[in-house]
Structures are given as C-alpha cells and as structure tokens.
Design a protein. Sequence first.
Length: 331
Amino acid sequence: MASVTVAGIDCGTNSIRLKIARVDEQGMHVIVPRILRVIRLGQDVDKTHRFADEALERAYEAAREFAGVLAEHPVDKLRFVATSATRDAANREEFEDGIERILGVRPEVIPGTEEADLSFLGATSVVPRGELPAPYLVVDLGGGSTELVLGGDGVSAPADQVQAAFSMNIGSVRMTERHLHTDPPTDSEIEEAIADVDQHIDEAFRTVPAGKARTIIGVSGTVTTMSALALGLKEYDHTRVDGVRIANEDAYAIDDRFLRMTRAERAEYKTIHPGRIDVVGGGAVVWNRVLAKVSAAAEADHGTPIDSYIASEHGLLDGIVLDCGRRLLAQ
C-alpha cells in the first residue's frame, strides 16, 4: 500500500482526543483535525484508584460522538490509547469493555515508556532537521503524568529516535487534587506541590540526562494554554501557539500569576478551556519546575542554560497516528 488511513484516540486523565489522517512515506496528512473533549476521566483516581461512574459516562459520551465521526470517515485501522489514569484504575476493565462496545476496538493501556516514545515521535515529526538545535527534550505534561523524553542528537541518531525517557506520576489534575485544595491556593499548598514535583523530577533526572538537551519542546494542554496566555491572546488560537518560542522568564511570570488566581478569576480568560480552569494551576507548578530544573541542568552540563522553549500542538496523538500508519504500511 502506498498510503493508509488511520484514526488515533488519546484518552488521558483530563481529556480525550481523536484525529484521522492519511499516512504515507512523506508523513501524516490530516483528514479530520484533532477533536478534543474534556472528560476528567481521572477524577479522584489518585485518591480512590477507581474510575467514578460519572467520569466513565463522560468518556462513553465522547466515544459515542467519535463513533459518529468515524462512521462518516472510514479508516483502515483505529488505535485507542489510554494512559495515566487508566493505568492506575482498579476498575479499568469496566472502562475497556464500555469503550469496546461503542467503538469496536479495545483500549490499549500503554506504559509510561511507550507514551513517552509516542509523544516524542509526534512532537519531532514536524521539526525540520537543523532548524532547532538537538538533542531535544520533549515534555508531555498531562493531567495524570508527565513524560520527559530526550532524543534526536542530530548526529548519530535520527531526529525521532529516543535516547532516554521517564514517566513521572505528576500532572495538572494530580497536583491539584493532592495539594491545591484552597481557592486560591495558599503559600503552604504551593510549597507542598513544588516539593512533590521536585522530588519526581530529581528521580527522572537519574534516568534522563536532561542537561544534555539543547531545545525544550513542550506539548499538551497545560503548556499550550499557558503559552497562549504568555502571548497575550484573548482567545486560544492554535495557529499562533504551535511552534512559538516562549522565554522561560515569561513562562515563570504567567504560570505563577494564574496559579495564584481564584478559579473565578481564571474563568474570565477565554484563552483557558473551561475544563482546565480548576487544574491549570497544578499544571503551572509542574511546568515551572521542569523548565527551571532543565535549564539549570543544561548550564551545569555544557555551560549554557536553556532560556526558552518551543510550544507544540503535536504530541502523543500525532505519535499514535503516525506509528499506527507506519506499522500498517510495513505489513
């Protein structure tokens, strides 16, 4: 086959996404652009280790909507990937059975290492060789987990080849549910969240030599939302955000500002998806600490801190679609 048509579904802790594309030797050609629904599947999973009934129903509602889209756009293969929250839920089989009844495909609950590989593939698939200095550190900051993935040294390894990866059990939803209980959060709650995040990053750095990175690429809703706010956008515009370079200092300022806002104050900003208003502060803590620690590690490693990052709309979902298409083409 010269090309295949595939659909990918990325079901995370906070949101679920669908994309349909044609894949050939030249890459991915979008047929149905990303459709995103915030379902908060990971509601209280960090505490109860179970999916709540209302969270499951929100997931099934989105799946039924996606089934309608897929009926209008037949594909050679559909791959449904579930990540952090599903890995931790004791009743995940109930979720898997429900999705299979609706979509005819069983969710693949992938480990954090595979999630990292696919995120890196998606993020780097749109980076022209030589345009950004390698190696790249892709940071996929989700609702339940955050992946750090180093790769593509530009010399001995292809741009999409992973050299080291680690999945941290921290994200916007988990940090909010664990620590940020007050509205707005108190200084002590923020300090507890920072200490938690720092501990996970230090553990990740024992596996991922993040200091060797020359470019940070941030993917996921938290990163792109905070980047849009740093740009001063009044409404979210993916064409303005995708590929933009943001100075770390600007990110620190905007992240800290929105972290300390009340939820009602955040709701005044149309840039923030309504489904992220309550958890974007938790994501901001993770993002600030990752940027600061990676920059410091880079300065210690090769004498030059990384003072900015690239925001990307391309991550795990793109990686799912590309990987699925390439596997079909190789058969």
